[in-house]
Ligand binder design. Structure first.
Ligand code: C2E
Ligand code: CA
Ligand code: CA
Length: 406
């Protein structure tokens, strides 16, 4: 583990253009690396490169203090080149499937030479482009969509992935999502921050994650600081998280530590509570009542689960987890098809009917064993649509009884 963590920067520093020019000339601005992890397993998935300036007087200076100055004074190209080459140098041997994510300034999306510059820098240090994600903010696309599109397509052709950064803060996101070949959506920190106490944020995150799923994009939540946030994000179906909970941005010498760090599975998820408070809107319940409800859910003589509209497990009790032969946490955020692929085709038509608002009690079905050592079983299933306040179906509750045992 890390022996000492570098001091975190002060973010209220005033620097001059001359200062920034000197910093670029002396290559004092360097990349730091922040882990991006898979929420379900806590495993490292990638690293985001974030620029840091080691200032002789002020200590570590944050990008907000120098990136805008570099952008306004025609220095951003040179600065990006320095950061990228240093980052590629430090991560040339990044094992697959880990990825490196880099930030590109909106201004740079005006230059059709950008893809070539990135390719040249990567090739110089032997960094594989298919492990590179280029992060673009929405503001980069406003008034500049055609050129940005050309650049984006070229980056994709080179093998890079594209991420839409700060998603949800711009004003015409959906148009941009369609126009450019993004494969990742980064959910802005502001939504993550308010997740535990604002129902609206949960709805927005759920909608963004749903959008990501239906457009075949991965979703990455930014600014995850607490286990509660990570837990909620997982239950809302978000795949990746980034934030202080998993690690702060650190210099290149810490990358080996990040790669061998124990996967961080927040304690709440380890003993995954059976009831998802977020999904059921139970967050305002007194803890005692919630605990009672959880005990009933867990002690029920049948398997119970709540699936979202994409048939992902939002919550389930231990009985069902046992029936499916996998721990509770191996279900959360995954689809029925992923967890029990042999059973899914049998129950899929009923799931669709339930999504259309139909309650379907007691349907008997064969349950082919996942493992050839086990015999097939027979199960009895009931499907119940779950409605929100506006009587819209938000998911399905499924109850399962194993008839073989009875
Ligand atoms: P961003 O791309 O949205 O980067 C995420 C920001 O959130 C980073 O701020 C990161 O340090 C911060 N962050 C990460 N986890 C947490 C958390 O749990 N809580 C909180 N409160 N913050 C967290 P940072 O490093 O100050 O960078 C700010 C912005 O500057 C970045 O936002 C990005 O737009 C820009 N930037 C950073 N490095 C570069 C670069 O090399 N080139 C360009 N063009 N822009 C850069
Ligand atoms: Ca970013
Ligand atoms: Ca961001």
């Amino acid at each position: 583990m890390q022996s000492s963590t570098p001091k975190q920067p002060d973010n209220t520093i005033r620097v001059s253009l001359i200062d920034v020019q000197r910093a670029i000339e002396s290559e004092a601005i360097v990349p730091c690396f922040q882990p991006i992890v898979e929420l379900r397993t806590g495993r490292l998935a990638g690293l985001e490169v974030l620029a840091r300036w080691e200032h002789p007087e002020h200590g570590l200076v944050l990008p907000q203090n120098f990136i805008p100055i570099a952008e306004e004074n025609g220095l951003i190209g040179q600065l990006t080149h320095q950061i990228l080459t240093k980052a590629f140098f430090s991560t040339a041997l990044l094992p697959e499937p880990l990825f490196l994510a880099v930030n590109i300034s909106p201004i740079q999306l005006h230059y059709l030479s950008l893809p070539r510059q990135i390719r040249d820098a990567a090739e110089d240090y032997g960094f594989p482009l298919k492990q590179l994600t280029v992060e673009i903010t929405e503001s980069a696309l406003v008034n500049n969509l055609e050129r940005a599109r050309k650049i984006a397509i070229e980056l994709r052709e080179m093998g890079c992935q594209l991420a839409l950064d700060d998603f949800g803060t711009g004003y015409s996101s959906l148009r941009h999502l369609r126009a450019l070949p993004f494969s990742k959506l980064k959910i802005d920190r502001s939504f993550v921050e308010s997740l535990p106490y604002e129902r609206e944020s949960r709805k927005i995150v759920a909608a963004v994650v749903g959008l990501g799923h239906s457009l075949d994009m991965m979703t990455v939540a930014e600014g995850v600081e607490t286990e509660e946030q990570a837990d909620m994000l997982l239950r809302l179906g978000c795949q990746f998280g980034q934030g202080w909970l998993f690690g702060r941005p650190l210099p290149a010498e810490y990358i080996p530590d990040m790669m061998v760090a124990e996967p961080r599975i927040p304690s709440a998820r380890f003993s995954a509570p059976a009831i998802s408070t977020a999904a059921f809107g139970l967050d305002a319940m007194p803890a005692q009542r919630l605990a009672q409800l959880e005990a009933i859910y867990d002690g029920a003589p049948m398997g119970l689960c709540f699936l979202d509209k994409n048939f992902r497990y939002i919550s389930l009790n231990r009985r069902l987890a046992e029936m499916n032969g996998a721990p509770v946490e191996a279900h959360l955020g995954r689809t029925v098809d992923e967890v029990i692929p042999t059973v899914f085709p049998i129950i899929e038509p009923y799931l669709h009917r339930a999504l259309n608002g139909e309650a379907i009690p007691k349907v008997e079905a064969p349950k082919p064993a996942n493992n050839p050592d086990y015999a097939d079983r027979r199960i009895l299933l009931s499907y119940q649509p779950v409605f929100d306040e506006a009587r819209e179906v938000i998911g399905i509750s499924v109850a399962v009884v194993d008839l073989t045992e009875l």
